[in-house]
Design a protein around this ligand. Structure first.
Ligand SMILES: Nc1ncnc2c1ncn2[C@@H]1O[C@H](COP(=O)(O)OP(=O)(O)O)[C@@H](O)[C@H]1O
Ligand SMILES: [Mg+2]
Length: 261
């Protein structure tokens, strides 16, 4: 579905990601993990065509992403960046309606189908009661759901989420994770998300991809990737990793910093 190979990415002339390969298969949930500044957001920007790589290529369903129009990309893929700038006087419904723009010509007004999809996206994210509220008056968790609803109104096959749970309390983090999980299971949407909480990454994704200092480190099932060695090497943290019997997946408990390796 998406294949990125040999990506070299930089800002001005400073290279921040190098020799990075990334594959996204239809139907999976991938968590992209790594320390701050390791290049996770940069990779997502290139995969969603917000930014151009210095070298390497991204294929979306077999086509070089730079040969597709913005609309063609937006119909398949929708990206929520790390910091969304909320337009000051938008209601939830108005924000969600923006997700329909890639599906119409500039001279067309909203069709019946657009209206139905907007209501569908609001329903999927359980925002019916908040649809006429201003975005800026919502709580962090509600606002994040409104952005996800906008992304859904694009009817994308792939959702890219950059730190969708950062700044949310644990209840609202889980609410977003459960929503993502349901969109994947019930609608078959493929998801790539950047997460900092490794236990949540393990619990909610099929595959983890690890990046450090712009370089690929590891990828695989949560069991294969979440190991003491990886935590020491990538995060400089000593940790206990055990299998949680309730979910049959590894969980980790940090013990302290692993100085000098
Ligand atoms: N707009 C930018 N201009 C210059 N450097 C940037 C910009 N955005 C990110 N960087 C640099 O690129 C590197 C990777 O950043 P980023 O992809 O945001 O990392 P992550 O999302 O993993 O925290 C960092 O060194 C960061 O300082
Ligand atoms: Mg980032």
């Amino acid at each position: 579905m998406i294949e990125a190979s040999r990506l070299k990415i930089g800002y001005d002339n400073k290279i921040v990601v190098e020799d990075f390969d990334f594959e996204i298969k239809a139907g999976e949930i991938i968590a992209l993990i790594g320390p701050n500044g390791s290049g996770k957001s940069t990779v997502l920007k290139v995969v969603s065509r917000l930014m151009k790589a210095m070298a390497g290529v991204v294929h979306l369903d077999g086509n070089d992403i730079h040969r597709l129009s913005t609309k063609e990309v937006a119909k398949k893929l929708s990206m929520l960046s790390q910091q969304q700038i909320t337009p000051p006087d938008f209601t939830v419904r108005e924000l969600v309606a923006y997700g329909r723009l890639p599906h119409r010509q500039w001279y067309e007004t909203k069709s019946q189908e657009d209206e139905e999809i907007i209501e569908w996206a609001i329903g999927q994210t359980r925002l019916e009661k908040l649809a006429d509220r201003y975005i800026n008056n919502l709580s962090g968790g509600e606002r994040q759901r409104a952005w996800i609803a906008m992304a859904l109104a694009q009817r994308p096959k792939i959702l890219l989420l950059d730190e969708p749970t950062t700044y949310l309390d644990i209840c609202h983090q889980l609410e977003v994770m459960e929503l993502v999980s349901r969109l994947n299971k019930e609608l078959g949407i493929t998801v790539v998300m950047v997460l900092h909480d490794l236990n949540q990454a393990v619990r909610y994704s099929h595959r983890l991809v690890v990046i450090k200092e712009g370089r690929f480190v590891a990828e695989g099932t949560p069991e294969a990737v979440l190991t003491k060695d990886m935590l020491r090497q990538v995060y400089n943290v000593e940790a206990e990793v055990t299998i949680d019997k309730n979910i049959g997946k590894p969980v980790f408990m940090p013990l302290g910093l692993a100085y000098g390796t």
